[in-house]
Each structure stands twice: as structure tokens, then as C-alpha cells.
Write a protein that binds this ligand. Structure first.
Ligand code: ADE
Ligand code: ZN
Length: 339
């Protein structure tokens, strides 16, 4: 077998991971038991067997149903702590983590319960080597008024939230629906990102940039259908947080060998590789790197480019960004310097 560099050792930022999408089936059952509620399936194996998705909506139905086991501050802490523990083995040096408060508010779980639990886990995980931030997403298949109310509820916690995002069922819910709440988020000093061009058209990517003023696009793979948009993304160096295994599992692309990531790299786009909902899609971020390395035949240079892009796209200070970029440039280096 040819020698392939160990992508788990490649220093990287993960910029597109939904914390509720890291809820492994085993944890669904453990939390159901701890909270005295019925699990969503008879066994872990039977729950996992349902993870065959036709499209985004068929995934979201199970994703939202499983979240019912998340009730207490401790639950949210334990969920984030489990993801953060995995970051160490995945080469993740910085994580920007999405959460979906409306999905919890709807079940009577308060904003403070969610944010305090998640933020405590992030605080405990921060070191000189590792940083993490929270991005609060609005559910685009709910109303603009609900998004505005969600932002109001989050105002007491903005010291623990770096930015806002937009996720959930895309088609029929254009970014422009959320112009006002994103304006308010900018006024509050928050960063902004949005899912666009996953199932939705290139026009949604444009709206996310022009109407919502986002600094990154989450997914964005359908932007490739529009050459003028591709040229703009390249010229303005707008990062796209791509999720290869997610795209295969949600039938955005037919198989990993057909994934447009190679084309995006060749176009000079600031693309990054991320896991999206790793408990559902067959792997965390290093498995996503391995899948595109093997499925698309990416070179060591390509892998370094993807990791460097992740630090360029991250909400980091200049000094730490420069340090992490230097570590990427030195990869793969022998772990003890002896080779
Ligand atoms: N891939 C995805 N697209 C839109 N909303 C999501 N919420 C969790 N994962 C998502
Ligand atoms: Zn996502």
C-alpha cells in the first residue's frame, strides 16, 4: 500500500459541526435513562439502523426527534464534553460549534440551560493548544419572528457566543427571510455564517452574502452551478465549510468519488473539510479528510491547503492563526523530531 500521511495528525479547525449532530446513539439511550424518558427506538442497533437518509429532511426528522433526550444543563455539558474529547484524536486545534436553541426551547428547555451547559464544557477544554467557540443557529424553517425572539433570549449570554448561523430545511426558506435578525446580530457585534447551497440554489449563497452579510458559507457546493458566483467566492476569498460524508449520506452527491471538492480546490476556493453531524454520517472530521484523500486522490499539498484554509476561515486572533498556519506548513513532520 502506498504511504498516506496520517490525517488525524494534521492540525485543523473544525468550523461546521452541529453539537446536536454529535449525539451518538449510545448517548441517546444513556440520557433517556438518566432523564426517565422513553428512548426513540427499542435498541441502540435499531436506532442506528434508521440512519439511512434520502435527503436533508429525512435526516432532520430523526435529528430533532433524538434531541428530546437533552433536558438539563448537565446533558448539554456532557454532549459537548464528549465531542471536545474526540477533537484531541482528530487533530482539531480550534472548533466553532453550532447549536440549535429553538429545537430545545420548543421542548421547554431554557436558553440558559443550553448555553451554560455547552459553554462550561468549552471553558474546561480550552488550553494553550486548543480553543473552541459557540455559534447559535436560527432554524430557517421557523419564522423570522421566532429567530428574533431567540436572539433576544440569547442576549444575556453573548459573552459565550461568537456568532450566529442559519440551518435546517433549506429549500423554500431563502436567507432574505432573516435579514432583520442578522442585522440585529451584526449590531450586537456577533459574527455571521449561514448554510446555503447545500440543497438550495446558488441564489441562496448570493443572498447569504449580500442580504445577511455572512463571513462564511456553510456547504456552498451548489455554488459551482454558477460560474460568476464561483469567480466572486474566489476573488473575495469567502470560505466554504464543506462536509463530504454529509453530502454523500444526504444524497447531495452520489458518492465520495464524485464529490466536487477537488474542483473547488482547483478553482482556488477557500474550501474547508468538516463533519456536520458526525454521529449520523459515519465519521468525525479526520474520517472526512481520509474519505476525500482516498476517494478523490488528494495530495499532501491539497490536505495542507484544506487545513490552512480552515485556519484562514476561523474566527481567530492574528497571532494564533499565524502559529497554527506554521504548524500546517510543517506537516507531516516526525512526532518526536527524530526522523
Ligand atoms: N446539514 C445540515 N443542513 C442543514 N441543517 C442542519 N442541521 C444539522 N445538520 C444540518
Ligand atoms: Zn450543517
Amino acid at each position: 500500500m502506498s504511504h498516506t500521511p496520517n490525517v488525524a495528525g494534521l492540525p485543523k479547525a473544525e468550523l461546521h459541526v452541529h453539537i446536536e449532530g454529535t449525539l451518538e446513539p449510545e448517548m441517546v439511550f444513556a440520557l433517556a435513562e438518566r432523564n426517565g424518558i422513553a428512548p426513540p427506538a427499542p435498541t441502540v442497533a435499531e436506532l442506528r439502523a434508521r440512519y439511512r437518509f434520502r435527503d436533508l429532511q429525512s435526516f432532520l426528522d430523526i435529528y430533532y426527534a433524538n434531541m428530546a433526550v437533552l433536558r438539563t444543563e448537565r446533558d448539554f455539558h456532557d454532549l459537548a464534553a464528549a465531542y471536545l474529547a474526540r477533537c484531541r484524536d482528530q487533530g482539531v486545534r480550534h472548533a466553532e460549534i453550532f447549536f440549535d436553541p429553538q429545537a430545545h426551547l420548543a421542548r421547554g428547555v431554557e436558553m440558559g440551560t443550553v448555553v451554560r451547559g455547552l459553554a462550561a464544557a468549552l471553558e474546561a477544554a480550552r488550553t494553550d493548544e486548543f480553543s473552541a467557540e459557540l455559534i447559535m443557529c436560527f432554524l430557517r424553517d421557523q419564522s423570522a419572528e421566532s429567530a428574533a425572539e431567540t436572539l433576544r433570549l440569547a442576549e444575556p449570554f453573548l459573552d459565550r457566543i461568537v456568532g450566529v448561523g442559519l440551518d435546517s430545511a433549506e429549500v423554500g426558506h431563502p436567507p432574505s427571510k432573516f435579514a432583520e435578525v442578522f442585522r440585529r446580530a451584526h449590531a450586537l457585534g456577533l459574527r455571521a455564517v449561514a448554510h446555503a447551497g447545500e440543497e438550495g440554489p446558488p441564489e441562496y449563497v448570493r443572498e447569504a452574502l449580500d442580504v445577511l452579510g455572512v463571513q462564511r458559507i456553510d456547504h456552498g457546493v451548489r455554488a459551482l452551478e454558477d460560474p460568476a458566483l464561483v469567480a466572486r467566492l474566489r476573488t473575495e476569498r469567502i470560505p466554504l465549510t464543506v462536509c463530504p460524508l454529509s453530502n454523500v449520506r444526504l444524497a447531495v452527491v452520489p458518492e465520495i468519488a464524485a464529490h466536487p471538492l477537488s474542483r473547488m480546490l482547483a478553482e482556488g476556493l477557500v474550501v474547508t473539510v468538516n463533519s456536520d453531524d458526525p454521529a449520523y454520517f459515519g465519521g468525525y472530521v479526520a474520517q472526512n479528510f481520509a474519505a476525500v484523500r482516498d476517494g478523490l486522490g488528494l495530495s499532501t499539498n491539497d490536505l495542507r491547503r484544506l487545513a490552512a484554509n480552515s485556519f484562514e476561515a476561523a474566527f481567530l486572533g492574528d497571532e494564533r492563526r499565524a502559529q497554527l498556519l506554521a504548524e500546517v506548513a510543517a506537516w507531516p513532520s516526525p512526532p518526536d523530531g527524530s526522523g
